[in-house]
Design a protein around this ligand. Structure first.
Ligand SMILES: NC(=O)C1=CN([C@@H]2O[C@H](COP(=O)(O)OP(=O)(O)OC[C@H]3O[C@@H](n4cnc5c(N)ncnc54)[C@H](OP(=O)(O)O)[C@@H]3O)[C@@H](O)[C@H]2O)C=CC1
Ligand SMILES: O=C1CO[C@H](CO)[C@@H](O)[C@@H]1O
Length: 402
């Protein structure tokens, strides 16, 4: 390989992994990126991703059979290849193991959000992130909104005092829901839960963690850190049947920050309802409304409203920024805020599942470890189906989250 070539491995070859590999290859920083290794739990997912990336960028893909790894522990083999950087795009429950292995091996990391699904996982990510800093490894986390122009300008204006002191924020991720992978015959329980990962808390975190974390991260960015406490409610009204695993379909959480400011968070996965992916900040002198993937509107009291268009997609910008730092030899670490925003989402889930008021500190110190005891296809799973194939969900007032 030429000395200026950056060799990457893709771990987790689903929809997001395929996109992330393309965005890394097409980075605008001018880094010459080559995809040289791939790993996925399932061969069909890996082959599909390989075909798609190869078709779009044939000269920047060199993944022969011997560097295509399949299985739950395939990630280790991809990390061991001669690569500079790994893209960790598997379901979030696998992230702490994969991040630890990547940093141990001295690889730069791009990892998707959320970075874990439980508090022990967040603590492992925080500890590993410290090691990454000591080793001068770059760590990027897929909070693409942090890289979008309208978000950066909005937060700059809030910091400059344009809307005064922030009193409260509103965060929404309400949609009709996402894909489902109903059970197929001959699957072990572990294979089913890994394929249908969105619906199992150990694997996906529940939708407040997997999806709404984007909005919670923006509010933490505005407040320059995570909240100190959460209380709220949630449940499953629409999700009935074995294919929906154990997760909720709606959450409504009130977060409190150290200065007393509030964040009112709502996320829902129910079709035919009012939908929104947006964040709002209300200050003593005005307010800002940011459409997740649209325009930001700044309304300062007594002044003409200002609209800031979205600009380029943050999924590309986050790779442009990462590779620019790598080429310039600059430190680059998004791991701490990535971990605290994941923990914020887990805290909201804890408050709804338990029905209790939970402090950030207690949540972060929770000993409830959701991870399966072994990563094999015949492993015992953390949750098991009832006789009719459905899964029990959390029960406020009963479920222990600490
Ligand atoms: N920043 C953003 O905007 C977005 C972020 N994401 C994040 O990206 C991640 C992946 O989501 P998405 O691509 O949509 O999901 P997909 O299900 O499409 O892909 C996940 C991939 O990881 C594979 N996988 C499962 N277990 C392992 C393992 N142990 N080792 C290696 N691979 C494994 C999955 O296999 P299989 O599916 O066959 O089980 C699948 O190929 C999630 O964390 C999600 O939150 C996703 C979309 C957008
Ligand atoms: O923003 C997003 C859109 O929904 C996806 C779920 O399928 C999320 O993974 C993603 O982060």
């Amino acid at each position: 390989a030429g000395s200026d070539e950056i060799r990457i491995a893709l771990i987790g070859c689903g929809g997001r992994g395929t996109g992330a590999a393309m965005q890394a290859i097409k980075n605008a920083a001018g880094a010459k990126v080559k995809l040289v290794a791939m790993a996925d739990a399932f061969k069909n997912r890996l082959e599909l991703a390989h075909k798609s990336i190869q078709a779009q960028c044939p000269d920047q893909v060199d993944v022969p059979e011997e560097r295509r790894f399949v299985g739950l522990n395939a990630y280790q083999k991809a990390i061991e290849c001669d690569v500079d950087m790994v893209l960790l795009c598997s379901p979030p429950g696998f992230r702490p193991d994969q991040f630890e292995a990547a940093v141990e091996a001295g690889r730069h990391v791009f990892m998707e959000k959320p970075v874990a699904t439980d508090a022990p996982g967040v603590r492992r990510v925080l500890a590993t992130n410290e090691k990454a800093k000591q080793k001068q490894l770059l760590v990027a986390v897929g909070h693409h909104l942090r890289h979008e122009i309208k978000h950066r300008e909005s937060i700059d204006r809030i910091r400059s005092g344009d809307i005064g002191d922030v009193m409260f924020m509103r965060a929404y991720f309400n949609s009709g829901g996402v894909w489902v992978m109903p059970r197929k015959q001959d699957q072990t329980e572990m294979e089913h839960q890994t394929r249908n990962w969105y619906y199992f808390t150990w694997a996906g975190g529940d939708h407040i963690v997997e999806q709404h974390v984007h909005d919670l991260d923006v509010c933490n960015w505005i407040m320059d850190g995570p909240p100190v406490e959460a209380r709220g409610a949630g449940g499953r009204q629409f999700r009935k049947g074995p294919q929906y695993g154990e997760i909720f379909d709606h959450f409504s959480i009130e977060f409190t920050y150290a200065n007393g400011a509030k964040m009112f968070s709502y996320c829902r996965h129910i079709p035919n309802c009012w939908n929104s992916f947006s964040q709002d900040a209300h200050g003593t002198k005005g307010k800002i409304h940011i459409e997740g993937h649209g325009t930001a509107n700044i309304m300062v009291d007594g002044a003409k409203p200002v609209a800031i268009p979205r600009g380029p997609d943050g999924h590309q910008l986050e790779h442009d920024d990462l590779f620019a730092a790598l080429l310039e030899g600059r430190p680059y670490n998004e791991g701490d805020y990535g971990a605290s925003s994941t923990m914020t989402a887990i805290l909201g889930r804890m408050a709804a599942y338990s029905g209790k008021i939970i402090s950030y500190e207690d949540g972060l110190n929770s000993q409830v470890d959701l991870k399966p005891k072994a990563m094999t296809w015949d492993a015992d799973t953390p949750v098991k189906p009832e006789d009719d194939g459905t899964y029990a969900c959390a029960m406020p007032g009963v479920t222990n989250v600490l």
